[in-house]
Design a protein. Sequence first.
Length: 290
Amino acid sequence: MTTVTPQVSQSADPRKRTGSIVWHVFAIAVLCVVLYPVVWVIGAAFKPGKTIVGSAQLFPTSPIMDNIKGLGDGIAGISISSFFLNSLFYAGMAVVGVVISSSLTAYAFSKIPFKGRKFFFAMMIGTLLLPYHVLLIPQYVMFQKLDLINTYVPLLAGKFLATEAFFVFLMVQFMRGLPRELDEAAKLDGCGHLRTYWSIVLPLSRPALITSAIFTFINAWNDFMGPLIYLNEPSKYTVSLGLMMFRDQQGISDYGGQIAMAMVALIPVVAFFMAFQRYLIDGMATSGLK
């Protein structure tokens, strides 16, 4: 009995290998460009303030800890921990508001048939085209008349009113992928919309919820424009505004303390991302049930 061995073309392997090498080299190059600012901040945090600007070295030959130790003294009599607690409160409440309001709105658009659903959904998506600065003055005037300036209400009100159209759209696409049989089974068991949302749809939408929470936390933690406009007292400043306080009235900046605080400010964002990163791909892919 003769065994015929299929011949495998060897010409394709070198091309695939070359393409793989080129792709990995390109990916590493992009990664280096993306990570360079982070590496620069870490290295600059251990340099003397006078040598940070204009220095070609990423890491100093003689690292110092004075910049990080100086954070314990605070800025203008305000403790550094105050800025971090304010940012943590702002980011935490923003996550709660976006997750609750966006998921409720997404459930209505994806699971409840009503007249004008497509129109209102299109109008909501259309708000993504509105620049933030277009609404800035009307919103400021409204909150000023309500005597809510110098509070966190203007920063958080929109989070609890489902104004984040991107996250609503993300959850709508995810919930549409859930089997209709689950809704029908819940309806037969006597569940209303609220019970179906809470007991069935919400647990199954965990990847989309966590993805929205990650991006909301990062956006709120790094937000500079909102706190700059609505917060007036330094004791209520967030980390982003606290970094601005390292510059005095003459425009001279304490680069050492500023860079050290910027490095410390990266820790909560990285920790939050690392804690929930395994849900990120599932949420962005909106794969639904396996």
